[in-house]
Design a protein around this ligand. Structure first.
Ligand code: DGT
Ligand code: CA
Ligand code: CA
Ligand code: ZN
Length: 589
């Protein structure tokens, strides 16, 4: 459903353009909200546009926005956007993307200094023709210069797994410092988003200068972008699994007494924070990064006047004071979390007791059957499924039917020799472009578990991809659909089926949809998981193990599951061995 993405981008752009023309702020936020609602939705907006009423039934879509959606679906254009683009140079949209540069500044640069794109701005900085503008001190200009250079070098958001590796190193380093009381990486990383813009490190300490100095002089620091008393910002060049990666890290040093308030603020999301503050206001309270304070109408910041906060130390106590259940970070996206009456019992890493998607040396894995089983057992799992590739996957060492039969026998023998874990004979069988499977049914029937996955023909349009996936889902011997869309983050979009139809079929045929925990995949995506949860379908979270370290990726799969509000009992990997075995038997005799 890439139309949804196009639409969302369109509305986001209209909002930006409106801001640059100083349009009414309600108009700006209506378009921004529409962009977010569309991007977060699994509904097919092309289909919805057939009937304007069904569009307007969606929260966040008003009459005018609905008209524009219909217009776009029919003409691939929105007249308002075209008009705005005639008025505003489109290069300004890039200028607006520079961190710390808001619409007011961009407008000023444009109207007063004739800046219409990044190159103009670079030139203006070079010629020193903008420092006399309001709010444009030498320091701001210097930050802009650095940001432009960074933006043209590397604009891609960093995959969660890469950002998490960098964050782990930083957190561990600061935890060891004597002066440090607490250290947490907040922001999108804590919310488990699939890609990360920058890291937001929070450190509680009584020695802010020492901590900040240590931060700014770390060996990975390539450039110090900002150096304040409580706030520093650096760009790192870090080595992750042998590859150099650039990443911005913001540090805030804070006092332990207000750690919860800072953690809440810097965890975000921004939209979640906006809603929290609105809620506080309704209760005659003020919420900021220092705490939740009584609203006394004095104006000046309460923490500076020595006002005692109602709550500040922990997130739990702030949510409680706002009469909300504790909202897990992964839920903080303003996607309905404020309607929760109790904290949902979401799946956690420690609940995962089986792995249903693993490769051995028989195809493209690095571990033998026994080694794989011992690794799984060491992680407290009761079941491991051996699912090597099927015959069409020639580059990945896919097994011929004869080779698979021999492999099944070897798996059965290993199951006898390795104690304390059930080793299942399975296959990751290719879903061919027409939805048929890569082995005959009689061979599939000899297996304990079948994971069916699409690996090629991933540019098929939805009209082909939807029935392709559904045909595999309907197959009586298929238990799990592996990485259902085949997307690779930042690299390949993968299939864009009508995900609701796919989910409905999965529910009907008792087939689980996989969240592939590898950080390059995370497919199903969070919003797909949410739709699956709402429809009552089961989800598998699997590491697609090729080597022992792949088991560590489970946290990213679980984060994605939690972002999709997945309760523990709907994840098949949390079930007992007996319950799982019974479910896997499905239509096998
Ligand atoms: P990212 O870095 O693009 O992956 O996403 P975040 O969510 O980490 O965003 P970031 O790093 O810009 O800011 C971290 C958090 O700080 C954000 O989630 C909420 C909070 N925050 C930052 N700027 C604002 C703001 O202008 N208003 C509000 N309410 N909160 C903000
Ligand atoms: Ca961030
Ligand atoms: Ca940040
Ligand atoms: Zn695969």
């Amino acid at each position: 459903m890439s139309l949804n993405r196009e639409l969302a981008d369109c509305f986001e752009q209209i909002a930006d353009l409106l801001e640059l023309t100083e349009a009414n702020s309600f108009r700006v936020s209506a378009h921004r909200r529409a962009a977010r609602v569309i991007a977060d939705s699994t509904e097919d907006f092309a289909a919805l546009a057939e009937d304007k009423k069904s569009l307007m039934a969606i929260e966040g879509i008003g009459q005018k926005v609905a008209d524009k959606i219909v217009e776009y679906v029919h003409t691939e254009k929105i007249a308002e956007r075209e008009t705005l683009l005639e008025e505003v140079p489109s290069g300004l949209l890039d200028v607006l993307k520079i961190p710390g540069v808001g619409p007011k500044t961009v407008r000023l640069l444009w109207q007063d200094r004739g800046v219409t794109c990044l190159a103009d701005l670079e030139q203006a900085i070079e010629d020193d023709t903008i420092t006399d503008l309001p709010r444009m001190g030498a320091k701001t200009v210097e930050n802009m210069r650095k940001a432009i250079r960074f933006a043209s070098k590397e604009t891609e958001r960093i995959p969660l797994g890469v950002a998490a590796s960098i964050a782990d190193v930083l957190v561990e380093r600061f935890e060891k410092m004597k002066a440090v009381k607490r250290v947490v990486c907040a922001g999108s990383l804590r919310r488990g988003k699939e890609t990360i813009g920058d890291l937001d490190l929070l450190i509680a300490t009584k020695a802010p200068d020492e901590v900040s100095e240590t931060f700014r002089t770390m060996p990975e620091v390539e450039e110090v972008l900002a150096a304040g008393a409580t706030k520093s910002s650096v760009r790192l060049l870090a080595d992750v699994d042998g590859r150099k990666r650039r990443m911005q890290v913001d540090l805030r040093v804070i006092e332990e007494a207000s750690f919860g308030a800072a953690l809440m603020y810097f965890t975000g999301s921004k939209q979640h924070n906006v809603r929290l503050r609105e809620r506080a206001q309704k209760q005659k309270l003020t919420l900021n990064e220092y705490g939740l304070f009584p609203e006394d109408g004095e104006g000046a910041a309460p923490q500076k006047r020595g006002v005692k906060p109602v709550a500040a130390k922990s997130e739990e106590e702030i949510y409680a004071a706002l009469e909300l259940p504790y909202i897990a970070p992964e839920l903080r996206e303003d996607r309905g979390e404020f309607d929760l009456s109790a904290a949902p019992r979401l799946v956690e890493v420690q609940h995962i007791k089986s792995e249903l998607h693993a490769h051995t040396t028989a195809s493209d894995g690095r571990l033998s059957i026994e080694e794989l089983a011992r690794e799984a057992k060491a992680r407290g799992f009761h079941t491991i499924a051996v699912t090597d590739h099927s015959k069409s996957q020639t580059i990945a060492g896919g097994l011929s039917p004869e080779a698979l039969r021999k492999h099944i026998a070897a798996i059965r023998r290993a199951n006898e020799t390795v104690e304390g874990i059930a080793i299942l004979a399975g296959s990751e069988v290719d879903i061919l472009p027409d939805g048929s499977l890569d082995y005959d049914d009689d061979l599939l029937a000899e297996l304990d578990v079948v994971v069916a996955s699409p690996h090629w023909s991933l540019k098929q349009d939805a009209a082909k991809a939807t029935p392709r996936l559904i045909r595999a889902i309907e197959h009586p011997l298929v238990n799990v659909i592996g990485h259902p869309t085949g997307r690779l983050i930042n690299r390949r979009e993968g299939l864009t089926p009508d995900i609701r139809e796919v989910i409905a079929a999965a529910k009907e045929h008792d087939t689980a949809l996989e969240i592939n925990a590898h950080w390059m995949r995370l497919d199903l995506r969070d919003i797909h998981v949410r739709a699956a949860v709402e429809a009552g379908a089961f989800i598998a979270i699997d590491c697609d193990v090729h080597s022992a370290s792949d088991f560590e990726n489970i946290r990213f799969g679980v984060a994605t599951a939690r972002r999709g509000w997945l309760p523990k009992d709907r994840c098949v990997n949390t079930w007992t061995a007996a319950k799982l075995a019974k479910w896997l038997k499905k239509n096998r005799s």
